[in-house]
Design a protein around this ligand. Sequence first.
Ligand code: ADP
Ligand code: ASP
Ligand code: MG
Length: 402
Amino acid sequence: MLIVKKFGGTSVANKERIFNVARRCIEEYQRGNDVVIVLSAMGKSTDELIEMARDINPSPSKREMDMLVTTGEQVSVSLMAMAMDFMRIPAVSLNAFQVAMHTTHRYGNAKLKRIDTDRIRNELEQRKIVIITGFQGVDKFDNVTTLGRGGSDTTAVALAAALHADACEIFTDVDGVYTADPRYVKNARKLDCITYDEMLELATLGAGVLHNRSVEMAKKYGVQLVVRSSLNNNEGTVVKEGANMEKMLVSGVAVDKNAARIAVIGLKDEPGIAFHLFNALASKKINIDIILQSVGRDGTKDISFTVEEDEADEAIAVLQKNFPRSEYKAINMDKKVAKLSIVGAGMQTHSGVAATMFEALYDAGVNIRMISTSEIRVTVLIDEDNADKALRSVHDKFSLGD
Ligand code: ADP
Ligand code: ASP
Ligand code: MG
């Protein structure tokens, strides 16, 4: 069997943890399997590198940022190979350039296009454990790129797909995917399994346990994932295709505090306004999420929408530049908002789920600013200060806890 195992930052944070991971992988290798390991940077080292950069230059170039932060992964893979060598097990570390993991050119958020597997296969044939840097890529001009924060999960899934691996395991600091972030909801319950679609929604809506693009890719290539702890042998959560396996109405609740709401007030109520507004934002690749348009009154209307908080200032600047001041009365922005979402495939066949969520928010005295829904999700925009109590109230209302 060929097995891809990915370990996140906390799992390789220090010497003991590195040897712990080495031992686990060696056990797999000694069972006769081919083992490919994907590692993140140690502990919080990516954050520390970003801090160092900002200290030198508050707005560093994206190219140099990628050049810098990819060093974190190179530290962990080389140390892991040394640990295995110390344990007399043949291992080799490879970075994205050595493997040849081709990505698009977009620094900081590149997309994987193609992975050459020859070098990896070659090393595996020599019975080596192959240890690969997560998060990194190389564009067609040989520049180093990164896949976005948390992107090592995507490296692992892409490798599993390219190598036709028999299993892809994502090891982290929790036992699996929970009904809510266990760091904030103490009675959150671990799920035995979850569908790709549910996991994709949760990951996109703030459940940082998996990089959302890794789930997208797993679904596309049919890679079955297991999310489990690197610190124990508990069974994790299986992410796979299928019906709502646990027959739950709601599988999980997620919070995303990286949101901002922008409102354009007093726009002319005539055709083409929304097109011009969102086209200007799209041309600068600013992602828009929830959109709300008010009912027209006296020939004017308001349009409000959410963007990622770190793109909010740019969004305002784009609007001010591209919209004549006479076209609207005011633009305002609120960064102290959060998105709270419930996700569950069971919603497709049951009514009243949204109402139950709104009741939970009412119980907690939380006002809803915006609402958006899909077949398997309800998202509300609320004040960021209310996020934690709203999360717990909604989680309890659907009896998701232990
Ligand atoms: P790694 O470094 O291993 O990639 P991450 O910090 O990226 O780890 O992801 C694991 C963290 O995700 C957990 O510590 C947990 O706080 C957080 N998390 C958020 N939502 C969930 C959820 N629904 N289930 C499990 N963990 C979650
Ligand atoms: N080290 C990178 C980050 O901190 C990638 C990852 O951990 O997946 O975002
Ligand atoms: Mg992660």
